[in-house]
Every structure is written in structure tokens, then in C-alpha cells.
Design a protein around this ligand. Structure first.
Ligand code: GLC
Length: 722
């Protein structure tokens, strides 16, 4: 290799030093060698020699400029070649300023704000000493039982790809070496982790290569095409082989087909876990499979440092593979300018100014406003400032609104709903707060206090939901209803016969039985982040008109799962009109349709769609179609509408979804204002993976849909001729 990094470093490193460069350990190993915590376990158990630490390549989970600088300084004094450590952590939806969870951001359909949130997160992380974030997570998810659905942007491949690109650009900017306010991004979890059977985390994933390529891979590719610096392998198997040891996935598709030449990192212990999968006899074989598949960094286990040297000495691994892995890691360090400036953006003084500053919190507030989705409203919202409001529920004044992966975020400084409503109402004494119940417990005293509070109210606002640890990693639920205690609280408040609004705090689409049917209004807040309460109060009092649109279906019940808008028709589709016919694809006890469809969301105003026109009814490979539709704000308030464009390929070489999102426009309209929205359809939008894995379109009939959600659409037809 003629590479200058090879000549300066790799060539002069011992085999042990090179394999140590492939090691990533959690912070406690570095800032207090010898101590251990529940996150790391005793160093001895991991079989790590202190000597090894001298040459380790990266560290996970150090937060704070001073701490990072101390660890880096100590490391550079020990590392024989003076190779700086990479500092990495999970900055998924904010560092200290916590943004709404990604599933909420997905419901904003606002790519610019999504990019801004990543840019702010990077600014706070970089000044605190971090170099790489383990984000964006772009796993396609169609099963809300899976706890990590909160980390995704939803059920649509196309939308997820747009968000992936926005996040990567936000984190990395376009000059990572010189722009010390940015960090390298790491797209995860490659691949198809979100298809875990039964929605049970870490469970088996099994799908056809065509499904994988058509629906599950494109968002990762969008991140790679956007220049993401690192890819993290997933815990699951792909076609029977763990992703972390899957050469077809990593060497063939990721590196060869997509041209990704950056660093591949395992997920936490996912190399060692190939033994538990039954894919490797022992840790040594796991190390062999992972290095051959092209995994560069072993996160949090010692498979590489304990076995790669002997595998090389035994002639089972070509040392060149290790040199290549080391080189990619050194190139990442160089792309961040670490060799010249190992402390990079770490700056204790600036950290105090930048982290959690007002400007950042304003972005978080804006995004929380845009991510909230009005799911129902029968004359209750917005609230009137003079109304006496009884705010009841475990989230009435709770700081647990940051959601999973809010690591250094502080629940204590989160803006709580009750406090914000008092401020926004103009009449703080008109807002009376009662807990009403716990997350999953309720007492007569709590109920009596809630009834007493509500007795004097003009309107009841219930703030209910899941605690943040009921979703996130390891947070899969078999029952996705609200906990029974909260359903009891809702029933009790309903009995009072007063207008009832529900604000939901949750990390997944829920089964809303006992909520949607009971409430007059339902506002989906998700986990709205550091400024969540303030954003919600402004929505509840009408200072902000909600504009979120669901990026994931809310099932009618858990029995429907997986339920998603772009499904296949089947040979016995259930007709629109009711039928007694038993022998069609349906349930005998519930509807086929989700309670709330992809793309759905209400506003405090109303919009009308008219004059859908096509520039032609014939599309050819070199003459695109222009689609026009007029949207009018027919209500009394200004509002934002997300106009959605879907296409259905009526008959393909393989069966095609009943509709697929192919574009959207967010428009702001004043009362009475109309706007003509224009989309352009060209033949490339109609291409898909055929059964021979070629990507092309088919001539024939297509239906085009434009509307306010995947269900509320107007249609037109066109023909693609070759
Ligand atoms: C976890 C997660 C991954 C995260 C990593 C480091 O197990 O699967 O998303 O980035 O470990 O915390």
C-alpha cells in the first residue's frame, strides 16, 4: 500500500497494536482504568490487558470536553505511535438539547428542520469532545411492538431515505475536516433490524433478497450516497447469516455495489454474539467471520484483540485484511483532522455557552410543534384562554418527555406540560393539575383527587402515555395499548360528561382502544423533547396550528400487525363496500384498515383539493408527466398542509403495492388562500426490483393519487409506454 498513513503508521505497528486499533471500549475503561460498571463488566472478564489499552482505537460514551481531553491526553502519552482515539456516542435526537424522537421527526415531514436538529446535535456533541455519532438509525419498521420503532422515521422507504440524507448532512456538513462544529455520522443498523419477528428485539429476521433490496436497503443507501462516514452492522441475521459476519451484505452490497469505503463497526458485542446465534463455533471463529466480512471495529468485546493475531499466525487470516481495517480507521481519524488536532472541537469554555443554549432550544421547540399530530378534534381544541382547565394524568407535569436515547439530556430541565400551559393560558389559576394515576398504577385517592379537580373545570385535558423506558432498545411490548390504570382514569374522567382532550406521550403507534373512542380530541405528542411542554401548550391554546402527519400507521389492534399503507393487494382483496363473502382476505373480528393511516393528521383549519390534472395521460422514458392540483384553505386559520403524491403500478413483473409515496409538498395557506401544487413524474420513479434483481419500470397502466393522507386521495390514471 502506498498510502501515506500506511507508511507512517500501519507499516510500523505490531500485529497486536493493529488489532488493538480495531477495539472500541466504553468510557469507564479509559477514564478510570481498572474500575468497571454495569455497562462494561470487569475488564478481567473481557480478557483485556492494560497494555492493550495503550493502542486502542476508539472509545464509546465519553461526554464532556474536559473528560475527553483528559482521556485523549493520557492516551497519547501511552500510544507508541501517537495515534489519537476516536470518541463516539449515541447522539440520536440531540446531545443536551433533546429533540423529539425520530419517529416524531418523521411525522413532521420537515426535512429542513430534521437537518437542523442534527446540525445542532452535532454542534453540542463536537464542542463536548465527540467525533462520531451512532446515528441516523434508518431501519424500516412496520411493527410498533418493536421498542426501537421510536428511533426510526417510520414505515415508508422513500420518506426514510429523505430523512437519512437530511440527518447525515446535518451531522457531517460538507467539510468535516475543518468544520469543527460537525461530527461524523454512522448509519445503522445494517441491515433490516426493524423486521425482528414478533416485534421482539434482537429476534430473527427473514426476508427475500428482493424484499431486502426493494424496501429495507434503500434508506441505508441514501445515507451512503449522502457520504456517511461509518456503517454499523445489526444484531440480526440476514438470510441466515448474522449481519456482522455477512460477506454478501457487507463486502458485496455495501462495499462493492454501493462503493462504501468507510469504516464498518459492529453493534455492541455483535461479533461475539455470532456464537450465541449458532453461526460460529467459538469467539475465534466469530472474529474470523467478521474480519472476512469486512467489519473494522469490534464494539465492546475482545474477539478481535484476543484472536486476530493467532488467526494471522495460523495463516487463516491474511494480515492485509487487518491492515485495510486499520487504514480505514486512520483515514476516518484523518478526515476529522485528529492527527493535527487530537482535541478537535473540544472546548470547555465554549461548551458552557453552546450546549443547551436558547437558540438550540428554539429549534427543539419548533420541531416539537411540527412533529405533533392532531388525531381527533370534535370541537374541543384549541382551548380558550379563559377556560378553566383540569390537567390530569401521569404526564400532566412530567419531565419524562425526552424518550429513549436522550443520554445527556436532563428530564429536570425539560419544559413540562403543566408549567407551560399555565404560562400560555394567561390565567395560571385556571389550570388545575392532578396526577390521576401513575403510569401503570391507580388508587382511589388519585381518582378522587382527579374527580374533585375536574368537577370545577370547563374542559379536561388528560396527559397520558408510555414511560420512556416502555420503548427504545429492549423495549418491545406484546400489548400496545395504554396501561390499564390509565385507561381506567380515562373512563372515570369520561363519566364526568365534560369535553375531554387527550395528549399522548409515547414511543410507538399505539392501539388506541379506550382512548380514541372516549376522547373528543387526541393530540399525539410522542416524546417531544426538551421543549416539548412549551410546544404542546402553544398547540393546545391555538398559538400554533398542528401540522404533523403520521409517518407510521396506528393499527386498529395489535392483531393487525404488521399493518402498513403500501401493502400488496392479494388475490382476494377485501372490497371497499361491505360484503358477507367469507372467502376474501379479511378478519372476522376486526377491520383490515388501520385505525389511522400513514400520512394522516388534522389541522385547526380545513383544506380542499380540486382540479387534479395531468399534462398527459401517456408517460414515456423521455417525456415526464406534470401533475397539478389546487389546494385551498377553506377554514378560518392559517395552516400547513402536506400534499402527498402516491403511485400504484397496477400490474408488474412482481406484485406491486396498492400505492407508494413518490413525493410530497408542504404548503402554508392563509384562510381562503389557494395554491396550485405541481409534481413531476418521470419514468425513473416507477422503477423497482424485478425478480432477477434488475431495477427497471414496466410499461402499462398506473394510478396516481394525490391527497392529504394515504387514505384521503383523488386519483388519475396514466400509461407508461416504452
Ligand atoms: C446498542 C445499540 C446501538 C448503539 C450501540 C452503542 O446496543 O444497538 O444502536 O449505537 O449499542 O451504544
Amino acid at each position: 500500500m502506498t498510502n501515506h498513513l500506511y507508511n507512517k503508521y500501519v507499516k510500523n505497528m505490531t500485529l497486536e497494536e493493529k488489532t488493538a486499533q480495531l477495539l472500541q471500549l466504553a468510557a469507564p475503561f479509559f477514564d478510570k482504568p481498572g474500575e468497571h460498571s454495569e455497562i462494561t463488566g470487569p475488564m478481567e472478564e473481557l480478557g483485556i490487558q492494560y497494555e492493550t489499552l495503550r493502542s486502542a482505537g476508539s472509545v464509546l460514551g465519553v461526554a464532556g470536553a474536559e473528560k475527553m481531553m483528559a482521556v485523549q491526553k493520557a492516551h497519547l502519552e501511552n500510544d507508541r505511535h501517537g495515534i489519537p482515539l476516536l470518541f463516539m456516542a449515541d447522539i440520536v435526537h440531540g446531545f443536551k438539547t433533546i429533540f423529539p424522537i425520530p419517529l416524531a421527526i418523521g411525522s413532521s415531514w420537515n426535512l429542513e428542520l430534521a437537518g437542523q436538529s442534527a446540525e445542532v446535535a452535532a454542534r453540542e456533541a463536537a464542542v463536548s469532545g465527540l467525533h462520531v455519532t451512532f446515528a441516523p438509525m434508518v431501519d424500516l419498521v412496520r411493527d410498533p411492538r418493536w421498542g426501537r420503532v421510536m428511533e426510526s422515521t417510520g414505515e415508508d422507504t422513500y420518506l426514510n431515505g429523505l430523512f437519512a440524507e437530511a440527518f447525515v448532512h446535518g451531522f457531517q456538513g460538507d467539510d468535516l475536516r475543518n468544520d469543527l462544529t460537525r461530527v461524523a455520522a454512522c448509519v445503522k443498523h445494517f441491515a433490516a433490524y426493524g423486521l425482528a419477528e414478533g416485534g421482539r428485539d434482537y429476534n430473527t429476521v427473514d426476508l427475500s433478497e428482493r424484499q431486502l433490496r426493494e424496501y429495507y436497503l434503500p434508506a441505508y443507501k441514501a445515507a451512503v450516497d449522502a457520504g456517511v462516514k461509518m456503517v454499523m452492522t445489526s444484531f440480526n441475521i440476514v438470510d441466515g447469516i448474522p449481519a456482522t459476519g455477512n460477506r454478501k451484505l457487507l463486502r458485496e452490497i455495501l462495499r462493492k455495489e454501493w462503493g462504501f469505503d468507510g469504516v464498518i463497526i459492529s453493534d455492541w458485542a455483535s461479533i461475539k454474539e455470532m456464537v450465541a446465534h449458532g453461526a460460529a463455533e467459538d469467539d475465534k471463529e466469530a472474529a474470523l467471520q467478521a474480519i472476512q466480512a469486512g467489519v473494522d471495529i469490534d464494539m465492546m468485546t475482545t474477539s478481535y484483540i484476543n484472536h486476530l493475531p493467532e488467526l494471522v499466525q495460523e495463516g487463516l487470516v491474511d494480515e492485509k485484511l487487518i491492515d485495510e481495517a486499520v487504514l480505514r480507521i486512520l483515514e476516518l481519524k484523518e478526515s476529522l483532522g485528529l492527527f493535527e488536532n487530537p482535541m478537535r472541537g473540544a472546548d470547555p469554555a465554549a461548551e458552557k455557552e453552546i450546549v443547551f443554549c436558547g437558540e438550540h432550544r428554539q429549534v427543539a421547540r419548533k420541531l416539537a410543534e411540527k412533529s405533533s399530530v392532531l388525531l381527533k378534534n370534535e370541537g374541543v381544541l384549541p382551548l380558550e384562554p379563559g377556560q378553566r382547565v383540569s390537567l390530569i394524568g401521569p404526564f400532566a407535569n412530567s419531565g419524562d418527555i425526552l424518550g429513549w436515547w436522550s443520554w445527556t439530556g436532563s428530564k429536570e430541565t425539560a419544559v413540562k406540560l403543566g408549567d407551560a400551559m399555565k404560562a400560555a393560558s394567561g390565567n395560571p389559576s385556571h389550570i388545575v393539575i392532578a396526577e390521576g394515576s401513575g403510569i401503570d398504577s391507580i388508587s382511589e385517592d388519585q381518582l378522587n383527587e382527579a374527580r374533585k379537580t375536574a368537577a370545577k373545570a370547563d374542559v379536561i385535558v388528560l396527559a397520558v402515555g408510555e414511560s420512556s423506558d416502555m420503548s427504545g432498545e429492549g423495549g418491545s411490548r406484546s400489548n400496545i395499548k395504554l396501561p390499564e390504570a390509565q385507561l381506567e382514569l380515562i373512563r372515570s374522567m369520561k363519566e364526568l360528561g365534560k369535553p375531554l382532550a387527550v395528549v399522548l406521550f409515547n414511543g410507538r403507534p399505539l392501539d388506541l382502544h379506550g382512548v380514541y373512542d372516549q376522547a373528543d380530541a387526541v393530540l399525539e405528542a410522542w416524546f417531544p423533547g426538551s421543549e416539548g411542554g412549551a410546544a404542546l401548550a402553544d398547540i393546545l391554546y391555538g398559538k400554533v396550528n398542528p401540522s404533523g402527519r403520521l409517518s407510521m400507521s396506528f393499527p386498529y389492534s395489535v392483531g393487525q400487525i404488521p399493518v402498513y399503507y403500501n401493502s400488496f393487494r392479494t388475490g382476494r382483496p377485501k372490497p371497499e363496500q361491505e360484503t358477507e363473502n367469507r372467502y376474501i382476505s379479511k378478519y372476522i373480528d376486526i377491520p383490515n384498515e388501520p385505525l389511522l393511516p400513514f400520512g394522516f393528521g388534522l389541522s385547526y383549519t380545513t383544506f380542499e383539493y380540486e382540479d387534479l390534472t395531468l399534462s398527459s395521460e401517456v408517460l414515456t422514458a423521455d417525456t415526464p408527466l406534470e401533475v397539478k392540483i389546487t389546494v385551498k384553505n377553506t377554514g378560518l386559520r392559517a395552516g400547513t398542509e402536506t400534499v402527498q403524491l402516491y403511485v400504484c403500478d397496477i400490474a408488474g413483473q412482481v406484485v406491486r403495492p396498492v400505492k407508494e409515496l413518490k413525493g410530497f409538498r408542504q404548503i402554508e395557506l392563509d384562510p381562503g388562500e389557494s395554491s396550485e401544487v405541481v409534481f413531476r413524474i418521470d419514468e425513473t420513479l416507477l422503477r423497482y426490483h424485478h425478480s432477477d434483481m434488475t431495477i427497471r419500470s414496466d410499461r402499462g397502466e398506473f394510478i396516481l393519487y394525490v391527497g392529504a393522507s394515504s387514505r384521503d386521495v383523488r386519483e388519475a390514471r396514466f400509461t407508461l409506454v416504452k
